[in-house]
Design a protein around this ligand. Structure first.
Ligand SMILES: NC(=O)c1ccc[n+]([C@@H]2O[C@H](COP(=O)([O-])OP(=O)(O)OC[C@H]3O[C@@H](n4cnc5c(N)ncnc54)[C@H](OP(=O)(O)O)[C@@H]3O)[C@@H](O)[C@H]2O)c1
Length: 329
């Protein structure tokens, strides 16, 4: 594992001396713009599509808003902070036809490069600069005097400056306060997607829904089932965030700990083949291809899956519990 780098070890000149275009002004785009500016990066362009709902916010924050084509013509560094599924389309229709030769490309997720959705020409630096966490946290951690852990990687180094730009960009996000580490597009892409699919989102929701259904089938009221399989997740997640898994176990009842240690092994056995299949699917690029194809067809599959998930019986129980909580506040 690489050693951590901190703020004092990093020269910010590679980003302060260049014009940076941020493609997109969502969670990451806004946080990157505000943090970089607070670190003294003066030449920032925010590039938005025509009719973008984010224009007003970017202008209110004092940024110069331009089209994607103009950003591609003017910037020395283009940081692609738009939704992953749109990268291919943005690259092919807006950036590639207008780009300034030698321009560096920065990505904050390994997705588009590792799965071959974008194949940049040899004259540009292709850099991963991932502040690990949701976009809003890049700004909130910075405002609280800290930063998120950052990972950098270089896919192409045409200028000989790619590594210096990567480190400077992450330092400009505030990651130098938490630690900046070397990684790669491949490592970041798989870790991020496996984490969200198998554990943090897909896995966690599957366990919650299955637990809820089993309890209701055993005659437990949906209200009680919801509290014990969904609502209390927050308390456990907070404990893990603060103390790690071992520390969480130390903070809960011995009854819960004894039972959980007993069943963990069986649950892991059951999900192992599913997780292995996810690793294969993601690594082969099949997930990325399915998702981009769905985006290009109007997100039909996503909309259908979202609608079906919204009809699950635990949603009604959840609304009741949250409503009761709101009435007592
Ligand atoms: N490193 C990490 O740990 C981490 C964590 C989360 C996310 N990410 C990455 O951060 C990137 C952005 O995520 P986010 O959470 O900031 O997304 P977001 O809040 O949804 O913002 C997406 C932005 O992309 C723009 N956009 C979408 N489609 C576009 C198109 N066809 N043409 C032009 N602009 C388009 C949107 O424009 P409008 O404003 O006009 O709608 C919006 O400004 C993604 O690559 C994601 O994977 C990385």
């Amino acid at each position: 594992m690489s050693e951590a780098l901190y703020e004092a070890q990093i020269d910010l000149a590679p980003v302060r001396e260049r014009t940076i275009a941020l493609i997109g002004y969502g969670n990451h785009g806004r946080s990157h713009g505000l943090n970089l500016r607070d670190y003294g990066v003066e030449r920032i362009l925010v590039a938005l599509r025509e009719g973008s709902a984010s224009r007003e916010k970017a202008e209110a924050d004092g940024f110069n808003v331009v089209s994607l084509a103009e950003a591609a013509q003017r910037a020395d560094i283009v940081s692609i902070l738009a939704a992953d599924e749109a990268h291919k389309e943005i690259w092919e229709t807006q950036l590639a036809p207008n780009r300034k030769p030698g321009q560096a490309l920065i990505f904050c997720h390994g997705f588009s490069i590792d799965y071959g959705l974008i194949d940049p020409p040899a004259d540009c630096d292709v850099i991963l600069a991932a502040a690990k966490g949701p976009g809003g946290a890049v700004r909130s951690a910075f405002e609280a005097g800290g930063g998120l852990v950052g990972f950098w990687g270089v896919h192409q180094d045409a200028s000989g400056q790619a590594e210096a730009i990567a480190k400077a960009y992450l330092a400009g996000l505030g990651c130098g306060r938490a630690g900046i580490y070397e990684s790669s597009f491949k490592e970041e892409a798989l870790a991020d997607i496996l984490g969200e699919q198998a554990v943090l989102v897909g896995g966690m929701c599957a366990l919650a829904r299955e637990g809820f259904e089993q309890l209701v089938a055993a005659g437990i009221s949906p209200r009680m089932a919801y509290i014990d399989t969904v609502h209390e997740l927050k308390y456990i997640a907070d404990l893990i965030h603060q103390r790690g898994i071992h520390g969480m176990y130390a903070a809960i009842s011995d009854t819960a700990e004894f039972g959980a240690h007993e069943v963990e092994g069986a649950i892991r056995e059951a999900v192992r083949p599913v997780f292995q299949a996810i690793v294969k699917d993601v690594t082969a690029g099949d997930f990325a291809r399915r998702w981009v194809a769905d985006y290009e067809q109007g997100r039909e599959t996503l909309h259908a899956m979202r609608a079906e998930a919204g009809e699950h019986a635990l949603e009604e129980a959840g609304r009741e519990i949250r409503g009761a909580g709101a009435r007592t506040r």
